[in-house]
Design a protein around this ligand. Structure first.
Ligand SMILES: Cc1cc2nc3c(=O)[nH]c(=O)nc-3n(C[C@H](O)[C@H](O)[C@H](O)COP(=O)(O)OP(=O)(O)OC[C@H]3O[C@@H](n4cnc5c(N)ncnc54)[C@H](O)[C@@H]3O)c2cc1C
Length: 401
């Protein structure tokens, strides 16, 4: 992440896509000196940006009113139209939608991704329909609609970092569970595999998280802050480095949601949802420098996945929940690696590393977009479908806020 709080006296503010400035925050004793430094820095930045034509009058005006620095504290107070907590896919997609819908809004996004690692950068990130159809269950409907919304986004907005490929669902014995989901699956010998298996295939999207999230950031003007949020109140987000005031607040804090104190008057649904939710780690092993052809593909066998990213020459194995859901159990992952190493017609190099992401799973796996209190919302529990559920679930939200 680019912007960080370097010390207790500097808060780095990032705006996308063109401008970055460091705003020193003063203690009371240092106020006059720091005040002139702040003024000098802002003037130099503005002249610089003007010379290079990077800042338009609209942005200039916003920066002028952007900060009121409280002397004697390290708090930056500012009233934003919308304050988002979290810079994973949920937070960034919410910011992207809000900026497109209300380009005149001042939007702030605060996260502490160096201390609370976003799941969105530790994920296998595949988006498929996976044989799900409407009308079977409420969760199935959400997943189906999420997939459709993601397809629309890709077709209409043409984001970077989204690749197409084929997903092969495999079964050694064509068992009932496989037949139920894939009634047309049949015995086949794929060119990539050493043996004949029951196979059904579908078109799929493979997401490059870094590329896609960078693209989202490049599409909007949002004030990015680094801070560990220690409390959320009505109209106010409080962190260890700064407080931010906002007319609207949106929490996209993923698996850390249960650990962010929320001080709102009426939040029974929040408590119920959070109490029933869990943090579920997901692991995958990463292999690099694999030249397995020009087509990206996914092999799925039960809970095991192998993802080949043709654009980067990476292979990822794993990504689903280990049976005992423990953080340190490598046994299940090793079994999956051995399984695919024996199955595919390619050599697997030595794994570069094993990555673990923390997913937020609601009770009965239900994701939720909750209005916790007036003008305070949260998107939680996206669990295994975080790359498409925000695209559907935030559609209504953006019309309501
Ligand atoms: C191994 C693995 C494989 C996966 N595969 C897929 C897949 O194939 N397809 C799919 O759709 N999904 C998949 N997922 C799930 C998907 O990656 C997640 O659902 C999604 O990334 C969650 O995004 P998020 O924005 O909600 O949360 P996160 O990405 O975790 O972001 C949370 C943000 O909130 C910030 N934050 C939290 N609390 C605070 C606080 N108190 N103060 C400041 N900042 C805070 C964090 O720093 C972070 O920036 C997978 C997950 C894993 C782990």
């Amino acid at each position: 992440m680019k912007g960080t709080v370097h010390s207790s006296t500097n808060i780095r503010v990032r705006t996308c896509p063109t401008w970055t400035a460091e705003i020193p925050v003063c203690s009371e004793a240092k106020t006059p000196a720091c005040g002139s430094i702040v003024a000098a820095m802002i003037i130099i930045s503005l002249i610089h940006c003007r010379i290079f034509g990077k800042l338009n009058g609209y942005l200039l005006n916003r920066i002028r009113h952007a900060f009121s620095i409280k002397s004697g504290t390290i708090k930056v107070m500012k009233k934003f139209d919308l304050v988002i907590v979290g810079e994973g896919i949920s937070g960034l997609y919410a910011a992207y939608l809000a900026f497109r819908r209300f380009p005149q809004w001042n939007i702030a996004l605060i996260a502490d991704s160096s201390r609370l690692a976003p799941c969105s950068y530790r994920t296998t990130a595949v988006v498929s329909q996976s044989g799900i159809h409407l009308g079977v269950s409420p969760l199935g409907d959400l997943l189906f609609n999420g997939f459709q919304a993601f397809c629309e986004h890709v077709a209409n907005d043409r984001p970077d970092g989204i690749y197409s490929g084929t997903r092969f669902h495999l079964s050694s014995d064509g068992c009932d569970a496989f037949k139920k989901r894939w009634p047309n699956g049949r015995l086949q010998q794929l060119a990539t595999l050493k043996k004949e298996l029951f196979v059904e295939q579908e078109e799929t999207f493979l997401v490059d998280p870094h590329e896609y999230l960078a693209w989202l950031k490049s599409q909007m003007t949002v004030h990015f802050f680094t801070g560990l949020v220690t409390s959320v109140e009505s109209g106010r987000v409080i962190s260890d480095h700064l407080d931010i005031l906002g007319d609207r607040i949106f929490l996209a804090n993923g698996a850390y949601a249960r650990h962010t104190p929320i001080q709102l008057k009426s939040h029974a649904p929040t408590k119920n949802y959070l109490d029933g939710s869990r943090v579920v780690p997901g692991k995958f092993a990463l292999f690099q420098l694999c030249d397995w052809g020009e087509e990206s593909f996914v092999l799925s066998h039960g809970h095991a996945n192998l993802i080949y990213r043709a654009w980067s020459g990476e292979v990822l194995i794993g990504g689903t929940t280990n049976k005992n859901e423990s953080l340190d159990d490598q046994g299940e992952l090793q079994k999956q690696i051995n399984f695919f190493a024996e199955l595919v017609n390619f050599d697997l190099p030595k794994a570069v590393h094993v990555d673990t992401g923390l997913r937020h799973k609601g009770m009965q796996r239900k994701p939720a977009l909750l209005e916790l209190s007036t003008n305070v919302w949260a998107l939680w529990g996206t669990y295994k479908n975080g790359w498409s559920l925000p695209h559907f679930m935030l559609k209504d939200w953006i019309e309501k806020i």
